[in-house]
Ligand binder design. Structure first.
Ligand code: MG
Length: 271
């Protein structure tokens, strides 16, 4: 009995010594500076400097002389002269569109043209003009289009007193979103689109979006698409969602829809 008692006393002593020699879990010590920063601040004692971040400084970009002129960090896609520098047809051949009086005009049957550069998310400025001579109606009147990443059409159409389906008129996201308002100028008058495009990201299946493409459009300076989320490529007949397929950066395209729509002053900023 005595032996058992002594054994137990010995084990207890070993445990006690062992516990004392175990390294204690130390709370990580923050540098004094950080401790000071993280101290709760009495909201009543806040001063403006606590909310002001100076670094890194915002990059300086020289703006255009007017808001329609390209800022210093823009890529000029068409300045009224050479179309071959930035554009080609969709087979990689020289564009057959006409350059006349500083404008780039769609030629019936010549096909879409596209930028040689590939883009992800962008800010785009583009000016366009439907023919002053009104021929045709609905989708047959002054039809062209600005295709973002070769898939998402911001419709170009003479929508001045020209009824058509609401999500097919000028500044619609074709067959997905009508513009918030119809702010079209008349046939033969120059119009502007300022487009902000956020490229999609994809799920692992490559057939669905993780984040959908998003588009904002100002038509003649008026907001007509407010950061809308696209359901897939804009298509004439197919349901957009079934046409989703993984893609990376892609060209900007202008549509040949058989009408001599003119373009000028095209510039883009990569975002
Ligand atoms: Mg079109």
């Amino acid at each position: 009995m005595k032996k058992i008692f002594l054994t137990m006393v010995f084990i207890a002593a070993v445990i006690a010594v062992s516990a004392q020699t175990q390294p204690q879990q130390q709370q990580p010590q923050m540098p004094r500076q950080q401790q000071t920063t993280l101290k709760p601040v009495d909201p009543a004692r806040m001063v403006p400097g606590m909310m002001e971040v100076m670094e890194p400084a915002v990059k300086i970009v020289k703006p255009g002389a007017t808001d329609r002129e390209a800022p210093a960090d823009a890529i000029i896609l068409f300045d009224g002269t050479d179309v071959s520098r930035e554009w080609e047809d969709t087979r990689g051949n020289p564009s057959k569109w006409t350059v006349k009086d500083g404008t780039l005009i769609s030629v019936k049957g010549s096909g879409y043209i596209q930028t040689k550069r590939k883009f992800g998310s962008i800010q785009l400025h583009i000016e366009w003009k439907s023919p002053s001579e009104v021929i045709g109606d609905s989708q047959g009147r002054g039809n062209s289009g600005v295709f973002l990443q070769e898939r998402f059409e911001v419709q170009v159409l003479d929508s001045y007193n020209n009824p058509t389906y609401r999500h097919g008129q000028a500044a619609s996201i074709y067959k997905q979103y009508p513009p918030l308002v119809n702010v079209s100028r008349g046939p033969g008058e120059w119009q502007t689109y300022d487009i902000i495009f956020t490229a999609p990201t994809f799920n692992k299946d490559s057939l669905t979006y993780f984040t959908p493409p998003r588009v904002t459009v100002l038509h003649n300076g008026v907001l007509v698409q407010n950061n809308v989320s696209l359901h897939g490529p804009t298509d004439y007949t197919r349901i957009p969602a079934v046409a989703i397929k993984w893609h990376g950066p892609a060209s900007l395209q202008l549509q040949d829809h058989g009408n001599p729509v003119a373009y000028r002053n095209i510039w883009v900023r990569e975002l």
